[in-house]
Design a protein around this ligand. Sequence first.
Ligand SMILES: NC(=O)c1ccc[n+]([C@@H]2O[C@H](COP(=O)([O-])OP(=O)(O)OC[C@H]3O[C@@H](n4cnc5c(N)ncnc54)[C@H](OP(=O)(O)O)[C@@H]3O)[C@@H](O)[C@H]2O)c1
Length: 282
Amino acid sequence: MTVERTYDRVTLPHLGNQVLRMGVAANGGLESEDITYAAERGVNLWLYGRSFGKATAPLKDLLAREREKHVVVMLGTFVLTARGARRTVEKARRELGIDTVDLFLMPWLGRTSRFSPAIQDALADMREAGLVRGVGTSIHDRERAGRLAADSILDAFMLRYNAKHPGAETDVFPHLAKRDPIVISYTATSWRQLLKPLQGAQMPPWPGAHVGAAMPPLTAPMCYRFVLNSPHVHATWTAPGNRQELDENLAALDAGPLSAEEEVWVREYGKQVKSKRKRDYV
Ligand SMILES: NC(=O)c1ccc[n+]([C@@H]2O[C@H](COP(=O)([O-])OP(=O)(O)OC[C@H]3O[C@@H](n4cnc5c(N)ncnc54)[C@H](OP(=O)(O)O)[C@@H]3O)[C@@H](O)[C@H]2O)c1
């Protein structure tokens, strides 16, 4: 399937839907009416799960009116058995009034969690039966993610990727070409860490700014733009705390890509944040 991409929109491999490259997770603090508002702003990629109660009614409404336009990604909860995976999907179908969940994500495949043949069969069976259109996982173990990207039944990966943690570039992205799974990143702001002033940051001026111009910390839109600059990331999640943050973050898409110099700057800032300890934050 041809993947078409502009800076703000992409056709998702395996599903074929065209989505805005910023998907919304409602568990950061958004109200129900913010979901409808986000949809009006063009958002059509949604994270859904147990703690996303406020999103249920507006999402159900959107899906009843324009099912084809939206992609619902269901994130399972903690430990999942084969039966638990199916129950989770059935519940989402009931709650959202839909026949098919677009993507079902295993909640966690860490270093120690077993991706048992029974779970793999359950996922593949759900896909075959049309209960889900694709299956994937949210995963922190990048090396395992790389192996699964190259060879597994999984259609999608939800990965940590940001200026402080760019390790997916070496551990996962080189393994994508073989099967072209969907990549949706999270933690663009590194749990807000990239947004906090960093004492003693030794940064050059922001590209184009005059010497001595005040710059750090990063803004949230810059964090999302860093992530969206990657050709390997189909979309990023955003979990804004309120409507104002939602607007700010969506503006990252309007701002367009970071220039090469800006990307280098943000990468360097992330590196410095990583090398600092907690007490270095003001
Ligand atoms: N293992 C997993 O499966 C896993 C791991 C991580 C995340 N997730 C999920 O993935 C989704 C996305 O999470 P994320 O960590 O990627 O969220 P994010 O978009 O990086 O947002 C994280 C935090 O950044 C702050 N923020 C966002 N926009 C801002 C703005 N414009 N100005 C100031 N602060 C801003 C907010 O903090 P304040 O509310 O304090 O303003 C927000 O809670 C969520 O549903 C999350 O639960 C899952």
